[in-house]
Design a protein. Sequence first.
Length: 217
Amino acid sequence: MINNKNEKENTKYLYRIIKNHDKNYFSVEYQEVSNISNIGGIIGEFLKNNFITGMLMNSRFSYQTWNKDMIILTSFDCSLEIQRPIYEYYKEEIDNILERNMMKSAEKYINDGETKIICNFSKRGCKYKLKDENNKENIIGLDELYLSYTQPSDIKLFSSILKNVISNDKPSYEFNENNDILLKAGKRQITINNKSYDLMINILRELNITNKNGISK
């Protein structure tokens, strides 16, 4: 028990904040913390001062983190890279902000019909269309929405988007030249990556829309 306690006390967790266009990205040093609660102020300031656009999970971009499980929170101007135990400690605050931004973006831009939904395991968040690349907050649309299979809230959002696209119309889908799925209903449509096919079909079945009673391919 004593050895385990000492080992726990000596454990250091890594984090760093990186400017998105920093030419010395790989040379930005990691900070270490043994008591995760001590960096609550740093996490809070980052969440408060930056518009969180996404999250990369299981990311190992540096030799220092090659054997560690890292999470990267992205914003327009900078990124916060944290070791998973730090993320788990502040998970509720981080997830609430990211999910709120994703939901608001989906509600505002999905009906444009120009957004591609990408379901995957390692990335969550939004890739925005910008009117001016030099003004990162000048958003005019949503290029891509990344949803994670491991997050129940993301699956719920995916289901909500599909239901909104379908509404009361008869849906159909086809594969485009990029092998993505184009789901159509009435005058509405949404593009979905092909790895989301099974999830899409399951949601359509929940809506009692199957190949037998409505959906055409």
